[in-house]
Design a protein around this ligand. Structure first.
Ligand SMILES: [Zn+2]
Length: 334
């Protein structure tokens, strides 16, 4: 186990080297989809820089006062800022962060500011942040997280050490959730599938019934769309996008959830003796599977997998969901 994290070995190896004062940089950018572990990695780096009782130089103990303060986010030399739920990251937040960053550290060698979800920064907030990257205060470290470097100003990414985090393969994630985090094999497998291998998002499903209900809603929306006319399907997509989250955040839930449903459908179609991920939906899944050719399901799975790869890029997330909704086969009313 590396920094008590599961996976992300390349990024951890890189950051471990950067705990050396000769190598450390003023700015880091950690990218990857929601729930992949960006914030956890950032905090592990901060703990390693500050831990008072590390077993070795590039580790942290997780138990000393400093480690616990960092975990609780009340360490004096660490500031974390993030956009408010459903809102952009505003220039005022960046400006006040810059005042903090300019202060000399209170007890640690560095003053660290973590800015979460920087892809939600307004243009003026992005420009304001550039100043900190161009003229970084001494002993200050800025760690940004974002969904993809491509969604930021190129001048920002180019001034940061960029660490790209990717989800684990689903089976690897399931094993990790079971062995490292103690989930039952059934739940580990279900959550790993629902989140397409994102460990943080899986653990969030374990902790927060509300988060799990979002996936349930996605599956119900899918089942309602199957017998619906195309126009009604588009209305269904509209309804999914009505909440506070951005289309991309919604798509990051919907697409993996729909993928699990259709993978189950393919298994049922093949009569495979594998437990379904969405056991509670097995009646509808089996019924659908019995009415479709394997080829149709496979094509749909390919479209869903392609969509999953597009979510973090420039592609319009609403368009992704609409295309998927329209490409699902339609069944007569039952
Ligand atoms: Zn410690």
């Amino acid at each position: 186990m590396n920094w008590n994290l599961f996976g992300h070995n390349l990024a951890i190896t890189c950051l471990k080297k950067h705990t050396d004062p000769e190598i450390i940089r003023h700015a880091y950018l950690i990218t990857g989809p929601e729930g992949v572990g960006k914030r956890t990695l950032a905090l592990a780096f901060v703990k390693t820089l500050n831990c008072t009782r590390p077993k070795q130089a590039d580790e942290f103990c997780g138990e000393c006062v400093t480690c616990r303060q960092i975990d609780a986010q009340n360490y004096p030399d660490l500031t974390i800022i993030a956009p408010e739920p459903g809102k952009d990251l505003r220039i005022e937040q960046i400006r006040s962060m810059q005042q903090t960053l300019a202060l000399a550290p209170y007890q640690s060698p560095y003053r660290v500011v973590v800015v979460l979800n920087f892809h939600r920064a307004t243009a003026s907030a992005s420009n304001a942040l550039l100043k900190s990257l161009e003229e970084p205060p001494s002993r200050a470290i800025l760690i940004l997280t974002a969904d993809a470097a491509e969604n930021l100003l190129p001048t920002i990414a180019s001034r940061c050490e960029v660490l790209r985090l990717r989800p684990e393969p689903v089976e690897v994630a399931a094993e990790g959730l079971e062995k490292q985090f103690g989930l039952t094999p059934e739940l580990a497998r279900r959550y790993a599938h629902l989140t397409s291998g994102r460990i943080g998002a899986s653990l969030n499903l374990e902790r927060d019934p509300q988060a799990l209900s979002v996936y349930e809603d996605a599956l119900e929306a899918l089942e309602e769309m199957l017998p619906a006319k195309y126009r009604e399907r588009l209305i269904g997509v509209d309804a999914l996008l009505k909440g506070k989250q951005t289309p991309r955040e919604v798509a990051a839930v919907i697409v993996p959830a729909w993928l699990t449903w259709w993978r189950d459908c393919l298994m049922a179609n093949a009569g495979a003796d594998v437990p379904l991920v969405n056991l509670e939906h097995q009646t509808q899944i089996k019924k659908t599977a019995s009415q479709l050719e394997a080829k149709t399901i496979q094509e749909l799975l390919e479209a869903l997998e392609a969509a999953l790869g597009q979510i973090d890029s420039y592609v319009n997330a609403r368009l992704i969901l609409e295309n998927l909704a329209l490409s699902m086969p339609r069944f007569g009313t039952n």
